[in-house]
Design a protein around this ligand. Structure first.
Ligand code: NDP
Length: 246
């Protein structure tokens, strides 16, 4: 699976699932643009990739801010000439039951997870359309499909990402740009370390394959959807959840 000559933007690429996605794409030869709110966080990861011989650079952007995102995309194109692959992975949680959820926590999660994905898709649309090529993969979640008590903001944002994926797929298909989503289940990262022991147990008993997923499990699905092998797949949601939702 070759990404030789391809430039990949991975938001939230400094750690967790984003970092694993970046590693998979780099293993296929992609040049990496790692995006994080803080430049030094992304730069540490980019330097680690460069030490392995990967062409990689760090870019600062809060994906919730369209000006930041537009500037970041301009910087990536100035540095690497183009953007072929976009992985919208940056995401946050601010969990609480609806009756206790603060408006600011609702707004923050929608702003990063849903508007952030929109901002990045919008920013790459023009260069990808001009190039008549693009692969966009949005990281959704199983809770965007099945809901989850305590995650009204997060599940709504991820359900929104799925709707956005399908619409973008329809708008961009004629220019050879595919847009798909990956819906991870319970994946072991810093994000899920915050989950209570009881919630963790509940998740695990509902996974037919009997284990939590690894960031690499998600990364391999993203790699496939970015590849030439997935050229005829668009507007789809690929679950990587050990069978949790079927
Ligand atoms: P982490 O919290 O480990 O990593 C999230 C990354 O996103 C971090 O690098 C973080 O940067 C970055 N980020 C957060 N906010 C912004 C922002 N406003 N602008 C730019 N970057 C930002 O999360 P995971 O690796 O676990 O999750 C990655 C994605 O997968 C998310 O979209 C998440 O919703 C989704 N997902 C995860 C699941 C899981 O079980 N872990 C399950 C289903 C979906 P910083 O280091 O600065 O905080």
């Amino acid at each position: 699976m070759s990404f030789q000559g391809k430039v990949a933007v991975v938001t939230g690429g400094a750690r967790g699932i984003g970092r694993a996605i970046a590693a998979e794409l780099a293993a296929g030869g992609a040049t990496l643009a790692l995006v994080d709110v803080l430049l030094d966080v992304a730069e540490t990861t980019a330097a680690e990739f460069r030490a392995q011989g990967v062409e990689a650079a760090a870019f600062a952007a809060n994906v919730a801010n369209p000006d930041d995102v537009n500037r970041m995309c301009d910087e990536v194109i100035a540095r690497f000439g183009k953007i072929d692959l976009l992985v919208n992975n940056a995401g946050i949680t601010r969990d609480n039951l609806i009756m206790r959820m603060k408006e600011s926590d609702w707004d923050a999660v929608i702003a990063v997870n849903l508007k952030g994905t929109f901002n990045c898709i919008k920013a790459v649309t023009r260069p990808m359309m001009k190039a008549h090529f693009g692969r966009i993969v949005n990281i959704a979640s199983v809770v965007g499909v099945m809901g989850n008590a305590g995650q009204a903001n997060y599940s709504a944002s991820k359900a929104g990402v799925i709707g956005l994926t399908k619409t973008a797929a329809k708008e961009l298909a004629s220019r050879n740009i595919t847009v798909n989503a990956v819906a991870p289940g319970y994946i072991q990262t810093e994000m899920t370390e915050k989950v209570s022991e009881a919630a963790r147990e509940a998740f695990l008993t509902n996974i037919p394959l009997g284990r939590g997923g690894l960031p690499e499990d998600v990364a391999k699905a993203v790699r496939f959807l970015c590849s030439e092998d997935a050229a005829y797949i668009t507007g789809q949601v690929l679950h990587v959840d050990g069978g949790m939702v079927m």
